[in-house]
Design a protein around this ligand. Structure first.
Ligand code: NAD
Length: 494
């Protein structure tokens, strides 16, 4: 790992590209409009970003469609597509420090997390998905001997992808790697709060040999570029990661336009169940990670803690110790464990929820309201609020910041009921040394993912996604490829 001063020096040498990337060329938005890209730890402008809108979406989708129809990528031999995607992954690896810096400067994530999680996981996603291209088979249906029914998985055409800012490189990778591997063309709209790594990724795609127009990137606001993409009549599939509020809007846009398939990876308010028969030290460490990692700006953040009453005192003492590991600082410093919130609006959201928690009877046991100084970054404090219950606003709603609600329970059934009492169903953590309880509880929890005696661990081979208001799609694993292919059945009478 490079030192703080080495990362600082390297960041000075970076150049930022904020223009749209269409058909292999960087270009201004058709309107010529831009908006500033701000480093949230210094509040300084890094560069200007093209503010794309409907005109740019129309141009990009038309180009993507033309490239798809030409077959230059969609009909390329799978082995050749695989080789090119592997080269793309190699190029990302060759530029791994640059990618780490781009997201850290753009949205405030610690460089440590970028180097150890986001960048290697993104590279792995590209490599693993590329390796699948020439290993996925079709089927022959078990019809009678006088017919032959061939079932094949085919690219859908043009995929629109809309992504958030909290894991800019990784969330983009989880969408575009399988979509492109399957032979589609993609028009990507990254978050207006973190567009830089997506634009660089697109440039490297062309350098690796992916034909121009297979990946077009349109930075811009949700209500302009995002909405136009979601309403576009020539987009076949929409793949989204972001809030539940916007996810619902996208379903509406699809219905109002061409009934495009919409895959949603949306918000969460994940529960963390700590049973008396757990390893308290490990559970406390995991609980702190589950709410303070990435400043709590994590969809799977376990922001609702339910701890068994009989160990609550001992567990809380251990948790307070673990919380001390999380200290805010310059995210370029590898020692920093918590960077700033992505922007002033997100900091205000955190502040608003802490106020509402106290008004509704919560008791702050560490952290509290942010101490903001103008021009010195949007830093929140790791905050734990005890005396919480499921009726309180800050326990029901996603905060997307480092604020943990502490509730307790007495029986296993009560713990499960409290955990499931949420509109969301993304992830859940269960801490117990009792194997039967681990299976029983994880089976009954209403979520797409459950971690037992750990939190947030995954692998490219493992699907990622939720149920209920947390969405309907799965990123990663072979299941991700299903989102970007249509099934075709050709029946031949012999
Ligand atoms: P957001 O919903 O505000 O924005 C997500 C994307 O949608 C952005 O690119 C934005 O510009 C775009 N958008 C906004 N309004 C739009 C509209 N009207 N039409 C089309 N596009 C529009 O979410 P965010 O603040 O960027 O990200 C945080 C949210 O993402 C949290 O709720 C978090 O839980 C969720 N998230 C979920 C997962 C998951 O896998 N389930 C992963 C990461 C983040």
């Amino acid at each position: 790992m490079k030192s703080y001063s080495e990362w600082q020096a390297l960041s000075e040498t970076l150049s930022f590209q904020g223009q749209a990337y269409i058909n292999g060329e960087f270009q201004s938005a058709a309107s010529g409009e831009t908006f500033p890209c701000i480093n949230p730890s210094t509040e300084k402008v890094l560069t200007d970003i093209a503010s794309c809108d409907e005109a740019d979406v129309n141009a990009a989708v038309a180009n993507s469609r033309e490239v798809f129809k030409s077959g230059v990528w969609s009909e390329m031999h799978p082995r050749q597509r695989k080789q090119i995607m592997l080269k793309w992954a190699d190029l990302i690896e060759q530029h791994k420090d640059e990618f780490a810096l781009l997201d850290t400067l753009d949205m405030g994530k610690s460089i440590n997390e970028m180097v150890n999680i986001d960048v290697p996981d993104a590279i792995d996603c590209f490599r693993w998905t590329a390796e699948c291209i020439d290993k996925v088979y079709g089927e022959i249906a078990p019809t009678g001997t006088d017919t032959l029914a061939l079932i094949s998985h085919n690219p859908v055409g043009v995929v629109g992808a809309i992504t958030p800012w909290n894991y800019p490189l990784l969330m983009v990778s989880w969408k575009i790697a399988p979509a492109i591997a399957a032979g589609n063309s993609v028009v990507l709209k990254p978050s207006e709060k973190a567009s830089l790594s997506a634009l660089r990724l697109a440039e490297l795609a062309v350098e690796a040999g992916i034909p121009k127009g297979v990946l077009n990137v349109l930075p811009g606001y949700g209500h302009t570029a995002g909405k136009a993409l979601a309403l576009h009549m020539d987009v076949n599939v929409l793949a989204f990661t972001g809030s539940t509020r916007v996810a619902g809007m996208l379903m509406g846009y699809a219905g109002q336009s061409n009934m495009k398939r919409v895959w949603l990876e949306a918000g969460g308010k994940s529960p963390n169940l700590v049973f008396a028969d757990c390893d308290i030290k490990k559970a406390a460490a995991g609980t702190a990670n589950a709410i303070f990692a990435n400043q709590g700006e994590v969809c799977i953040a376990c922001s609702r803690l339910y701890v068994e009453k009989s160990i609550k005192e001992e567990f809380m003492a251990a948790l307070m110790e673990e919380a001390k590991r999380f200290q805010t600082g310059d995210p370029l410093d590898p020692a920093t464990t918590m960077g700033p919130m992505v922007d002033g609006m997100q900091l205000e959201t955190v502040e608003r929820y802490i106020r509402s928690a106290v008004e509704e009877g919560g008791n702050i046991v560490t952290g509290g309201l942010p101490e903001y100084t103008d021009g010195q970054g949007f830093f929140a404090r790791p905050t734990i609020i005890d005396n919480a219950n499921n009726d309180m606003t800050f326990v029901k709603e996603e905060i997307f910041g480092p604020v943990l609600a502490v509730c307790d329970f007495e029986t296993e059934d009560e713990a499960i009921e409290l955990a499931n009492d949420s509109q969301y169903g993304l992830g859940a953590a269960v801490w117990t040394e009792n194997l039967s309880r681990a299976h029983r509880v994880s089976g009954k929890i209403e979520s797409g993912m459950v971690w037992v005696n750990t939190w947030g661990e995954g692998d490219t081979t493992v699907p990622f996604g939720g149920v209920k208001a947390s969405g309907n799609g799965r990123d990663k694993s072979l299941h991700a490829l299903e989102k970007y292919t249509d099934i075709k059945n050709v029946l031949i009478r012999l």
